[in-house]
Design a protein around this ligand. Structure first.
Ligand SMILES: [Zn+2]
Length: 431
């Protein structure tokens, strides 16, 4: 079905930050086939026309670091130190996670992401075949990786073969909306031998690799003590760092680390909400961006954030860099919007999305900007970044398909997901 959206403000997130007022956007065969002012008779070329007066179209958000099924652990353990939280609360509860739980937890995350305007995301977790099923049902674009951790030996080989099986079964599946990456969890949960093996396998199949890297100062101190070098240097030595690498966090990085990240063209994912909540520190995002490193944005899992709201991350990212640099010009509107859209698409390897332009995939959202916090209308982009609200997202379109219309999710059963999730959470926490 072809679709024409008309009379909206259109934020393109292109190179020059173009905004088209009273614009029209045509969609055909999943792609944007018209972008510009509305012209007479244009509506006759499309099967359906949606009137969007006082509303704003922009590219869907790309949540470049998430653990979707961790929604099941949301609000289970808060206000704790990262290692204490991870090893004493999260890992034990995760041991009780079943395939069924992963499916419904992932579905809950997708429901939340769609409602907040996210059209693509990156995931590292377990039971990823179930998450792939949920993604296919939802229609969201997803880069999925089976989280890998351990020392070496049979267990390592088994996990890697599991990840490869996921790759063979789902990579470029569901009409190209699903990609599969290799996901060694971190340098503190994988041995160097493990990291080297993953790097070798990833090179062979040209897969993306995602890893948590230098998330905290403690991680760096322990790594230096154990291996005599920083996590970035260790990952580089293992051969893990290249232009297909997605490195989450990069909070505790020094000049040499950042230079390695730049040289290897690594994609860095900033997770300000999670870094603040776990008191991990503030990533030197402005410095890295100024060096030319591609910086994307992510929420991290819902148990360390505790939501999957990209608009909140956008605002937090901008504020944090302003505070740390004591410079209110740091991470301005256009830059932070790109981090949440086109930079994330590049990081995940979804080449044809993140920007509104003719020929690009029609992955976009419509925000109802007819609300008090968007008035007066000086600057639509600023209004969305600094005073917008993700619950104002009314339409979500992915590959030209309507996933949400007037706030109602079309592809998923919202009531059922909430019911199943509550049932599973009660079962998991009562054992
Ligand atoms: Zn994470």
């Amino acid at each position: 079905m072809s679709l024409l959206l008309k009379n909206a403000s259109i934020i393109t997130c292109d190179e020059t930050g173009t905004v088209i007022e009273d614009g029209a956007l045509g969609i055909r065969d999943g792609l944007i086939d018209y972008l510009g002012k509305y012209e007479n008779e244009l509506h006759k070329k499309y099967d359906r026309v949606i009137e969007l007066k006082q509303k704003t179209i922009m590219p869907g958000f790309v949540n470049a670091h998430n653990h979707a099924a961790m929604t099941l652990l949301r609000n289970y353990a808060d206000d704790m130190k990262l290692m204490d939280w991870l090893f004493n609360k999260i890992f034990p509860l995760e041991d009780r996670l079943t395939e069924e739980g992963a499916y419904w937890g992932s579905s809950l995350a997708m429901l939340e992401m769609i409602k907040g305007g996210t059209t693509s995301y990156c995931d590292m977790y377990m039971f990823m075949d179930k998450t792939a099923e949920a993604a296919a049902q939802c229609g969201i674009k997803a880069s999925l990786g089976r989280g890998l951790q351990g020392e070496s030996g049979d267990d390592m080989d088994y996990r890697i073969s599991e990840a490869l099986e996921l790759y063979r079964s789902f990579h470029k599946g569901s009409d190209g909306r699903i990609r599969v990456n290799l996901a060694p969890h971190s340098v503190y949960t994988c041995s160097p031998a493990y990291l080297e093996k993953v790097a070798r396998v990833a090179r062979e199949i040209q897969a993306s690799v995602q890893i948590h890297l230098s998330e905290t100062g403690d991680e760096v101190t322990n790594c230096v003590e154990k291996y005599g070098m920083s996590p970035v240097k260790l990952a580089d030595k293992a051969g893990l760092l290249n232009e297909r690498t997605i490195a989450a966090h990069c909070v505790a990085v020094d000049d040499e680390d950042m230079e390695i990240l730049r040289e290897r063209e690594v994609n860095v994912v900033h997770n300000p909400g999670s870094n603040m909540k776990l008191a991990s520190g503030i990533s030197p995002v402005k410095t890295m961006a100024d060096m030319g490193i591609n910086i994307a944005l992510g929420t991290d899992g819902a148990s360390s954030n505790n939501n999957l709201d990209m608009l909140e991350e956008i605002r937090t990212a901008s504020y944090l860099q302003k505070v740390i640099s004591k410079d209110p010009t740091a991470l301005p509107v256009d830059q932070v919007l790109k981090m949440a859209t086109v930079n994330g698409a590049k990081a995940l390897g979804f080449e044809n999305t993140g920007v509104i332009r003719e020929g690009m995939a029609a992955d976009l959202i419509v925000i109802n900007t007819q609300k008090p916090w968007y008035y007066p209308r000086y600057n639509t982009k600023s209004a969305i970044v600094y005073s917008g609200n993700s619950s104002d997202v009314e339409y979500v379109i992915i590959d030209g398909r309507l996933i949400m219309e007037k706030g109602e999710i079309i592809t998923m059963d919202e009531e059922r997901i909430l019911y199943e999730v509550q049932k599973i959470a009660e079962r998991m926490s009562s054992i």
